[in-house]
Write a protein that binds this ligand. Structure first.
Ligand SMILES: [Mg+2]
Length: 282
């Protein structure tokens, strides 16, 4: 599918790690010129990631993005409060933001994780049990970034210390008894409520239609947890991973997705330039 009919506002839902940000270094310099071009086109760039609000706010400032954003794999949507007050009256005030909570609070996730440990007898390393120093070392973050990454509210990432291929499906069954779900991200398995990036994209797209009228939605990601987001947009895009290949599961589940030639933020830029060129062709 070609982007985008004239007159529609471009709405770009984008994953961060491995997509807009380099999978290892978290650098986004390669994406800067394309981000600036999006700004000139008055496109809305919606960050949609497993990151926390505390992690995303500094990034929004650095990237000079003034738009709603989706945190913790769809756990909550934050909207610039005054601009969206009339279009999302159900949002709760939260500083400069209005917040729509879609997820399940952390305490319930923790007790489910304890049960997984007991019933599977497999070592699980939970993010919340790591110190900021350990998170910093494991994820290549600064101590300050690790502190922000720990401020999770609706999502409990963990690592499974087992090579047994049946573990994931056994975990899924236990988690479902609690009305919760699992998703695989780039580095961790994430435990959360019945939310995903797709549900958040659906809710936010409705709000954006009320606010802006006709919009054209694009989604861009690199892993399996991006699949629900990619399925909710008119134009889904997969960027290649550092291996040089797109994520095989996402590729299979979203066969209509465009696949970039470049990896991470280089592929991201390539996709944006193509969309903007097509928009100009009309
Ligand atoms: Mg990613």
């Amino acid at each position: 599918m070609k982007a985008k009919p004239t007159g529609q506002r471009l709405v770009l839902y984008t994953d961060l790690d491995g997509t807009l940000l380099d999978a290892q270094t978290y650098a986004y310099e390669a994406a800067r010129p394309a981000l600036e071009a999006l700004r000139r086109h008055r496109a809305l760039v919606i960050l949609c990631s497993s990151k926390t609000r505390a992690e995303m706010e500094p990034l929004l400032r650095e990237l000079e993005i003034h738009a709603p954003f989706i945190v913790e794999n769809g756990g909550a949507i934050y909207l610039p409060r005054e601009e969206f007050a009339a279009f999302a009256p159900e949002a709760e005030p939260c500083g400069a933001w209005g917040r729509l909570v879609l997820g399940v609070p952390r305490a319930r996730l923790r007790s489910c994780l304890e049960e997984l440990r007991r019933r599977l007898a497999v070592p699980l390393v939970a993010w919340s049990e790591l110190t900021p120093q350990e998170i910093a070392a494991e994820c290549g973050l600064s101590r300050e970034e690790a502190e922000r990454a720990k401020q999770r509210e609706y999502d409990e990432p963990f690592r499974v210390m087992s090579d047994d291929p049946t573990v994931f499906s056994r975990m899924e069954a236990i988690v479902a008894e609690h009305g919760l779900r699992l998703t695989r991200g780039g580095r961790y398995v994430h435990l959360m409520g019945q939310t995903d990036k797709g549900r958040a994209v659906r809710v936010l797209t409705d709000i954006l239609r009320r606010r802006f009228g006709s919009i054209f939605t694009v989604g861009i990601g690199d892993s399996e947890n991006d699949v629900p987001m990619l399925r909710e947009v008119a134009l889904p895009i997969l960027v290649r991973r550092p291996s040089g290949e797109p994520d095989p599961v996402a590729r299979r589940l979203v066969p209509q997705a465009r696949v970039t030639r470049g990896i991470g933020p280089i592929g991201w830029s390539e996709a944006i330039w193509r969309i903007l060129a097509e928009a100009e062709e009309g």
